[in-house]
Write a protein that binds this ligand. Structure first.
Ligand SMILES: [Zn+2]
Length: 402
């Protein structure tokens, strides 16, 4: 990419949402090079570019997706039978060539960029999104997936993961992570091993009632599912969700608890862990209502994920917020916006660099059209709109054509 302008330049819009401070009507964002140098109220200085009836927000943070499943859009509609859905996803994975997987990742990346995502947490089957994401115009963590319930599979998976971690280094915009997939697919010892590896860890946890049934009673639909796959090894299962949480206790790196649909509201969430809620995917599977408001009230960090196109219609983080606003109009717009920006950056360990419009941070922002009306709460001007146009600035430069 060419270098962004080194001399300061200024953007204004109808509303500027710094997220770490209250919204500014006709505020200005001043940038130089790839950094934000100031965010000021209206009238302090003349802006170089006026974006009109729009909002300037921090770039969105998608804390959970699987870009390598982007070939499944509309093909595996979620149903209450979760293991049946998993069978379809596994069949798709096995049918895909490495070249097709690279194309699928590119499709998902292009869609993420178009919707204004500037930081992404990507679960990657064998780490295959690394090459693409290290060169992409966004920040990312590539969580290489770990699968293996029987002892031999678990140790083989760990050896491959260890080689993958050792054979690449974090870059200024892309970092390595690990995803021990879920309690039904991973030997409990792998959670402890992953939590000791000093890189961010993402785990699908407390996603379905079938997962609870398997852990607590060693029965239910996951038993024939695992038997079919030849990986039924009940001695390797964790005892319950709390056991997994204890194994994930990790003072060195961040932990993302993905879904948490059925997490007890009193569960002991480790201090450096966040819950990643995927609202439209959660609803599509027909789970009971998500306890995110209870966790927010407890002070647990909640981030937003789209999950993959195998269970979601698109990779639009703002689409998740609009869906939540419709379902839970009592949750303040500022809370929702924070979940999709700063809280996501904190969850992924990147809040020093991005996630809010703060002097010193990277100039990563998205410009959205607003409704042409008055609202006491300016967040409603984009939460109650259905428009999907976005202009995206990343590290001080516009992506695509302006
Ligand atoms: Zn997932």
């Amino acid at each position: 990419m060419p270098t962004p302008p080194a001399s300061p330049w200024t953007l204004t819009a109808r509303w500027v949402f710094p997220v770490d401070a209250p919204p500014l009507e006709r505020g200005t964002v001043i940038m130089a090079g790839e950094r934000i140098v100031a965010v000021e109220p209206h009238g302090t200085r003349q802006a170089d570019v006026d974006c009109g009836n729009t909002a300037i927000l921090p770039g969105f943070v998608n804390a959970h997706t699987h870009l390598d499943l982007s070939g499944l859009r509309g093909q595996t509609p979620p149903s209450p039978d979760f293991t049946d859905w998993l069978r379809q996803v596994i069949a798709h994975r096995r049918s895909r060539t490495p070249e097709q997987i690279q194309q699928d990742i590119q499709v998902g990346l292009a869609e993420s960029l178009r919707f204004g995502t500037t930081l992404l947490g990507d679960i990657s089957g064998d780490g295959s999104s690394w090459e693409i994401l290290t060169r992409a115009p966004l920040r990312a963590i590539v969580f290489r997936e770990l699968l293996g319930l029987p002892a031999d599979r678990a140790s083989g998976a760990w050896e491959r993961l260890d080689r993958w971690l050792a054979s690449r280094a974090d870059t200024p915009t892309c970092r390595r992570g690990i995803s021990p997939h879920a309690p039904y697919s991973v030997r409990s010892s792998l959670f402890f091993a992953a939590a000791s590896a000093r890189v961010p860890v993402a785990v699908h946890l407390a996603e379905t009632a079938a997962e609870h049934e398997l852990l607590l009673q060693r029965r239910g639909p996951f038993v024939p599912f695992l038997q079919e796959l030849g990986v039924w090894a009940p001695e390797g299962l964790a005892e319950d969700t709390d056991h997994v949480l204890r194994l994930l206790q990790n003072p060195w790196a961040l932990t993302l608890l993905v879904h948490g649909n059925l997490l007890s509201v009193t569960a002991a969430i480790p201090p450096n862990a966040s819950i990643v809620y995927c609202p439209r995917t959660h609803a599509a599977f027909g789970h009971p209502s998500h306890p995110f408001r209870e966790f927010l009230a407890r002070g647990v960090r909640l981030a937003i994920g789209t999950d993959s196109l195998a269970s979601n219609p698109d990779l639009d983080v703002l689409g998740e917020l609009r869906f939540l606003h419709q379902r839970y109009p009592d949750v303040p717009g500022a809370t929702l916006l924070r979940m999709a920006t700063l809280a996501g950056a904190e969850a992924l360990g990147w809040a020093d660099e991005t996630g809010s419009l703060t002097p010193g941070k990277s100039a990563d922002l998205v410009v959205l059209p607003l409704l042409n009306q008055e609202q006491v709460d300016p967040h409603l001007l984009f939460l109650e709109s259905a428009r999907t146009e976005r202009r995206v600035l990343w590290r001080g430069q516009w992506l695509g054509s302006v």
